[in-house]
Design a protein around this ligand. Sequence first.
Ligand code: ADP
Ligand code: ZN
Ligand code: MG
Length: 474
Amino acid sequence: MKEYEIVIGLEVHVELLTSSKLFCSCSTKFGASPNSQICPICAGLPGILPVINQKAVELGLKTAIALNFKISPCSRFSRKHYFYPDLPKNYQISQHREPLATEGAIWVDNRNIRINSIHLEEDVGKLIHSEGNTSFSLVDLNRSGVPLIEIVTEPDIRSSLEAEKLLITLKRILEYLEVSDCNMEEGSLRCDANISVRKRGDAILGVKVEIKNMNSFKMIRKALDYEARRQVFCLKEGGTLKQETRLWNEKLQITEEMRAKEETQDNFSFLDPDLPPLVFDKKIIEEIAAQVGEMPIQRKERFIKDYMLSEYDAEVLTSKKDIADYFEKCIEKGCKAKAITNWIMGPLIALLKLEKKGIALSPITPEYLVQIVSMVEQNKITGVVAKTVLQESFDTGVSPEEIVSKKNLLQIESDETISGVVKEVIADNPEAVKDYQEGKEQALSFLIGQIMRKTKGKANPNTVKSKLQEYLNK
Ligand code: ADP
Ligand code: ZN
Ligand code: MG
């Protein structure tokens, strides 16, 4: 493999977060019953004219501005003609010929990857294939007409890992921009990958193969790795590669031939006479630019600088906008950055994962988490109690302060009370005491555990340890 260089370019389709479709007012909501969200326009019936969705154009512009694209002075929609049952109009309306914006870039691992263009287009319907003896297919047009942007990179990517990093970075940016939810399971983010190999040092690119049918980043990496090996193997054997489209077969973990390269689509495409060109004045661009806001990389750097977080902590906290927002709300309420970071990245995210909830819908609001952290910092409750309070507040929605006061969970500070329990535990566990005196350190942890159990985790752990050692060494 070493003598060969891998060259990859990606074509990413992203469903925009609009409530209605690109050319009609039908809903874009995912998961509705088949064909319940269609009208003559998105079902391809003649006689009604499409009207462009302003919000979709704005989201496209927002993405273009955030990725430093040149906005085209005039972009137009064409009809890409082809026949397929999920496309009843027999043409797809797309700006592929005259894209919204060109020459953008995305910064991945200290390297700029050029992006050729970004354009708006409509999604097509979905075919549902029957399984079993009678074979037939059903058509669901709910997705037909859903607004998409297609982002096409230049062939600047040099490994499957780099392709994955680019996609993670792009997804994060699109989520920050609130342009798309990028939910791959629901198909809001889809990616076709083009790959070729060439001898290192060769000036011209090799013959490219397009791979489709991957619906997770992991599958994309596996498909690219497989395909690179297949191509290198073929060339080493003295074979030639042909330009084609291949499908990833997840079951067999291979790519399979789907079709030879189709005629270039430009041959079947005509300007759409029903839609006017898009021309933006400076004011609109400026207004949208003002909505772009802070991007993930900038936010991460600011977190490191302003809150003295480690690179790793800042990376995790800014990986999603809602986590970063949550963190900053806690800080605003006067919490120390390091303490709040540990609580968010540890127990809180674990609980949310278990319940499959996003942090924005967390029953533990920033206010609640700050209550917990403050009570721990002020030694009002122990760490052990804090964890159970977090769980209870998460389950019931009752505020941590209320739980602590109602259940009498304040930390036990009194030397006398703690000494009493220590003596009891020593009397009840002669074997452990003997073990400790014979030098077995674990015996100490066991005894501390017993004391914490008796006090329901409420005893000041430092006092417990020192009292216990004091009595044991007597
Ligand atoms: P097509 O005419 O087949 O649509 P494009 O030149 O528009 O081809 O490129 C489509 C995608 O394929 C882009 O993402 C581009 O970066 C990528 N690509 C083009 N040529 C190669 C190549 N030789 N190897 C890998 N990727 C390529
Ligand atoms: Zn419609
Ligand atoms: Mg092309």
